[in-house]
Design a protein around this ligand. Structure first.
Ligand code: ZN
Length: 396
């Protein structure tokens, strides 16, 4: 299955090796600085297994040894960390308004990046443009000597759960696009793992996988940009991204919140996107696609109708957050996407609505942690790179 981040049960010795390797890598990723003995204690693996797997991972440039630390009366052990110096993953986002690319290392640091604000045209031309930018990025001094693990591409629409095909990008007008095949036809791109996923899934994955410290049990990432989508990730050593029968999990922008309301790009009426999305706000305010929406809102901030429009969009966002809370109940909500540039005007009514209602059902005074990413330019691209690492970790 594409985009599965769990070792596949083939029932042979390779499966067991993959399971041990990826469990150890995940343990160090979530708790950097553990010694071999700590890892054995944490995972339940024998010290001998941990020793040989760690040795191989150090040799292959996945782990590095750090400081010596003594614990109790036993032999001192070397702290282990993911090695940020030898590999990199490429991540790219084909966004409705442009292309974003990163090269990042095993600890999630962005080593090189590129952002071209120019709306994609047709899939083939876009693949050629992306390939050119990727090849240029690979020449960056910070990565030119490193080994590339592969390429993850994030796209603005649902991806088929059974094959890496973009089923539909309603805001680009693309249908059933095998984008990786178009990319493969371009010269000079690196080998390795190639993955395709929905941009909100990729962003959610990156926020979960590269979470500083032990991540919450599950997170939902709401991507509020030209369109609005959501990705959900949960799990421990092996992150799980629910996709649904047709890859539609998280397509919250097309949940109907105003029956009979305005016409949506999907053809239905009253979808959430008709109230809170970059395209709907641009249409309502007559802002061209290549002009800045946040600058236009700022310039007209004194107009009562503009204030009402953004207030209503914020409340719709809060309503979507509440619906997620009551359907998927994630341990943490993360808000990202270009609409975050509208800042408090949009975010405050969203948070106010959510916080006023999040405990209505259980009548408990609990508060779901909410993180807001003000600049999520590279969040989805970095997440796509994280997916490559997670897949490579089960195949090294
Ligand atoms: Zn719709």
């Amino acid at each position: 299955m594409p985009n599965a981040f769990t070792p596949q049960t083939s029932g042979d010795l390779n499966y067991l090796k993959s399971l041990n390797r990826s469990t150890i890598l995940s343990t160090v990723r979530r708790s950097p600085g553990l010694s071999r003995a700590d890892i054995a204690l944490e995972t339940g693996l024998t010290k001998a297994t941990v020793g040989s797997v760690v040795q191989a991972l150090v040799e292959r440039g996945w782990l590095r040894e750090g400081e010596l630390h003594a614990r109790g009366g036993g032999r001192p052990g070397r702290a282990l960390y993911l090695d940020g110096d030898r590999h990199y993953m490429l991540g790219a986002e084909v966004g409705v308004k442009g292309l974003r690319l990163v090269a990042c290392n095993l600890v999630g640091e962005i080593l090189a990046s590129c952002h071209r604000e120019e709306p994609p045209t047709d899939p083939q031309t876009t693949a050629a443009r992306l390939a050119g930018l990727l090849n240029r990025l690979r020449q960056a001094p910070a990565i030119v000597e490193r080994h590339c693990l592969g390429l993850g591409v994030a796209v603005p629409g649902p991806v088929s759960p059974s094959a890496p095909i973009l089923s539909l990008a309603p805001n680009l007008g693309w249908v059933d696009v095998d984008f990786l095949a178009l990319l493969r036809a371009e010269p000079d791109l690196p080998d390795g793992l190639w993955l395709l996923d929905n941009e909100a899934n990729a962003a959610a994955f990156g926020e979960f996988y590269f979470f500083e410290g032990v991540p919450p049990e599950s997170i939902a990432y709401i991507s509020a940009g030209s369109g609005i989508g959501c990705g959900v990730v949960s799990g421990e050593h092996f992150p799980v991204v629910p996709r649904g029968h047709q890859g539609l999990v998280g397509e919250i922008g097309h949940t109907v919140i105003q029956p009979g309301g305005a016409l949506c790009h999907c053809g239905n009426r009253g979808c959430a996107e008709t109230l809170v999305s970059g395209w709907a706000l641009r249409e309502a305010l007559n802002v061209e696609t290549d002009a800045s929406l946040s600058a236009a809102v700022q310039a007209r901030a004194d107009e009562a109708n503009v204030q009402a429009l953004i207030q209503r969009a914020g409340e719709a966002l809060g309503l979507l957050m509440l619906n997620l809370h009551h359907t998927l109940n994630p341990s943490m909500l993360i808000l990202g996407g270009s609409l975050m540039r509208l800042k408090g005007r949009l975010i405050e009514p969203a948070l106010a609505y959510f916080q006023a209602h999040q405990n209505d059902l259980l009548r408990q005074s609990q508060s779901v942690p909410i993180k807001i990413i003000e600049d999520s330019t590279f969040t989805a691209a970095r997440g796509a790179a994280a997916q490559v690492m997670a897949r490579a970790a089960i195949e090294v």
